[in-house]
Ligand binder design. Sequence first.
Ligand code: ZN
Length: 110
Amino acid sequence: MSKPTTKVHNIGVLSDRQYLKQSAAVCPVCQSSQITSETVDADGASGSANVTCTVCGSQWTDIWRVTGYDNLNEGMSEAEIEAIEAKVEKVRKDKENQGHGHGNQGGKKK
Ligand SMILES: [Zn+2]
């Protein structure tokens, strides 16, 4: 109990709010920005990362969450998508017509 310690006391450690105010880019203990983080878990909309302060040696886990998305770059325009859907529909109809009245769908190709 009376053992002297070099450990930093919890007093003065940043709270969640203070930590976020610093963009989670500083050590909650010594407030150095010399920290390295490694994502250890990512599951869809949330995840966590192990963070180490290279100055005081503190380690902690960042908890992060996706809050939305930005800069969406759509692969196709609406017109292109409609054109593809029309093609798919045409192929489907052609297939239906071919198999009509025979009942040997999936048979030999021409
Ligand atoms: Zn530190």
